[in-house]
Design a protein around this ligand. Structure first.
Ligand code: ATP
Length: 234
């Protein structure tokens, strides 16, 4: 098992946001975490990567990581693409790539760059351009590419479709499909766009006010009209 979460509780100061979540993410697949605004999706990702006070058991590839420092968790194979993206706006695409790979000492960085160009051809075209001048979609692509250059085992993606036009969202989901099929990285995907996320994911969890209310194979959740109506609003 790539990630196993048991009894996860987390919050901010006196505010409890997550009330005991249990879920798993399997190797090499996509797991979607869905739910309305404020359900606690972003908070769940922050808890996993050690950014906020957390209780419960979070196990990454068999090692308990609850309460560890963010850098320590990252070193164990976790990369996080936060909402708001986390690229260095004043640096070029190339410099962002190099920063993504800087902790690596293996000789495969160059071939990984080539792989990123295959998945994200737009970034190759904009190699010398400052990240802050990229379109929103291109910035999202850069953030994902940068995270993948860390060679993570698990990638946490927070709303990659946020604020983007439908065509670009389709493009990004197309790229994520290739990453799922070709990279072996496990992805935990937080999304408002439930329909698209369920198409991409193998498994899904639906969060409501800090509790998981539905879980199962993504295909089954997609087909379930009552779940769609009650929780997904389509
Ligand atoms: P959205 O899709 O709107 O981002 P979400 O499901 O990701 O929603 P969270 O961002 O995890 O939800 O927020 C869950 C709850 O935690 C909300 O009630 C929110 O107000 C609260 N919250 C989030 N960040 C903070 C913070 N830094 N300080 C205090 N409360 C916070």
């Amino acid at each position: 098992m790539l990630l196993e979460v048991k009894g996860l509780q987390a919050g901010y100061g006196q505010i409890h946001v997550l009330h005991g979540l249990d879920f798993i993410v399997e190797e090499g697949g996509v797991t979607a975490l869905l739910g309305a605004n404020g359900a606690g999706k972003t908070t769940t990702l922050r808890a996993i990567c050690g950014m906020i006070r957390t209780e419960g058991d979070i196990t990454l590839r068999g090692e308990r990581i609850t309460g560890r420092a963010t850098e320590d968790i990252a070193r164990r194979g976790l990369a996080h693409v936060p909402d708001g993206r986390g690229t260095f706006m004043e640096l070029s695409v190339e410099e962002n790539f190099r920063l993504g790979a800087y902790v690596r000492s293996d000789g495969e960085v160059r071939s990984d760059f080539e792989r990123m160009f295959e998945w994200f051809p737009r970034l190759k075209q904009r190699w010398r351009q400052q990240a802050g001048t990229l379109s929103g979609g291109e910035q999202q692509m850069l953030a994902i590419a940068r995270a993948l250059l860390l060679r993570p085992k698990l990638l946490l993606l927070d709303e990659p479709s946020f604020g983007l036009a439908p065509l670009i969202v389709q493009e990004i989901f197309g790229i994520m499909r290739r990453i799922r099929d070709e990279s072996g990285v496990g992805i935990l995907l937080v999304e408002q766009n439930a329909n698209l996320a369920l198409e991409l994911a193998d498994r899904a969890y639906l969060l409501e006010t800090g509790r998981i209310v539905v879980s199962g194979p993504a295909a089954e959740i997609r087909e379930d009209e009552s779940i769609r109506r009650s929780y997904l609003g389509y």
